[in-house]
Design a protein around this ligand. Structure first.
Ligand SMILES: [Zn+2]
Length: 376
């Protein structure tokens, strides 16, 4: 294992933060897999999975079983980790700008198109190499003035040429679920099975806000779309499959769960040839993918105490009760129900709702939303 430290630009006099990356296998070996944890810094299960995964990868390395390359960033957001207000962690938005740490990543497909779009030829593998070199170069030349810009650029530079990218997050209270671009699903299907994902949410590029995982897979899906639009015959495969993996809820920080998740990732790495060894047969999938546009978001229509009536993971029929919103001042009680049915994959950790609060999310089979599909 090789350890690299990446200093971020100093946003203020006398401070310096660093991103640390762990590198397993030979640089440049394929497939390359990039895994990062806790980009939203208050979502901690991923950090513990990284801890367990690191040990498994070290064992594999000393056994000579590393065939490809793995880059692991076990704590992807040192800025957010240090943010606290009123004794509480605040790791989703940077306090200085109010920007979500998982938004505003560069549009790699446009960068690649501008640099090499017209030069791509009939050889798919050569095209992949050309595109990777172009975006590596573009990111190397890109300036970063602030600490936040530096963080985004550092993570992007580490991940940009990976064949598979796993961004480890978690929800508030949730079952294990993942998000990916539709184009990546065939490559990620075994991962979802190994992890035992109970919900998979897929969307075409453009779910909103330019999150990390989408820009990395979008490089290929959007560049391919651009080539088609220009009537180019140049072949371009989906050379990166990326996913945001939601490792259950914020409080699900547990050695047994983390070891199980690390084991699932190891099996997947064996299956795609990054690690030697027979992964065995993946367990049967626990869900079929549903459209991100099919997620029903249940909101509190008025303030009150949230009393859940269904656990996370519940398979709901249309009309099933999810939670009561109880206003003890007026004695008003409103029962939130799932209009369309589906899996209750995430719900709020808070038990007091202000009006409009997102109380629960239900993965339905049919699209019911459009526009910006991700939460703030
Ligand atoms: Zn997150």
């Amino acid at each position: 294992m090789r350890i690299e430290h990446h200093p971020l630009p100093c946003s203020s006099l006398g401070t310096q933060r660093t991103v640390t990356s762990l590198h397993f296998g030979v640089a440049g070996a394929r497939p390359k897999v990039y895994v990062q944890a806790s980009l939203h810094a208050d979502e901690l299960p991923g950090m513990l999975v990284a801890h367990h995964l690191r040990r498994r990868l070290l064992e594999a390395e000393s056994a000579g079983a590393l065939r490809g390359e793995v880059v692991l960033v076990p704590a992807a957001n040192p800025i957010g980790l240090a943010q606290r207000l009123d004794h509480r962690p605040l790791g989703r938005f940077e306090l200085g700008t109010s920007e979500n740490f998982n938004r505003h990543y560069p549009d790699l497909a446009t960068l690649a198109w501008e640099r090499v779009g017209a030069a791509l030829g009939p050889d798919a593998e050569a095209n992949v190499q050309r595109v990777r070199e172009a975006v590596r170069q573009a990111l190397a030349e890109r300036p970063a003035a602030t600490e936040l810009q530096g963080l985004r650029l550092t993570l992007m530079r580490l991940a940009v040429d990976a064949d598979v990218v796993l961004d480890l997050h978690c929800d508030s209270e949730a079952v294990l679920h993942l998000y990916s671009e539709t184009a990546c699903w065939p490559q990620l299907e075994p991962l979802a099975a190994w992890l035992g994902a109970e919900t998979v949410l897929v969307a075409d590029y453009g779910a909103g806000g330019q999150p990390f995982d989408e820009q990395l897979s979008g490089l290929w899906s959007q560049l391919a779309a651009r080539l088609r639009a220009e009537a180019s015959q140049a072949p371009l495969p989906q050379a990166c499959a990326s996913a945001t993996v939601e490792l259950r809820g914020e409080a699900d920080v547990d050695h047994a769960l983390a070891a199980q998740d690390a084991e699932a990732i190891v099996r997947y790495l064996q299956q795609i040839g990054v690690l030697a060894g027979d992964p065995g047969t993946p367990p049967p999938p626990r869900c079929t993918p549903t459209p991100l546009a099919g997620t029903e978001i249940l909101r509190a229509p008025h303030p009150g105490v949230i009393v859940f009536r269904a656990p996370v993971g519940a398979r709901l029929q249309p009309g099933d009760a999810v939670a009561d919103i109880v206003d003890p001042m007026s004695d008003r009680v409103t029962t939130l129900t799932a209009a369309h049915g589906g899996t209750l994959y995430a719900r709020s950790r808070e038990r007091y709702a202000i009006a409009g609060l997102e109380v629960a999310k239900v993965a339905g089979a049919r699209p019911i939303r459009s526009g910006d599909l991700l939460s703030a």
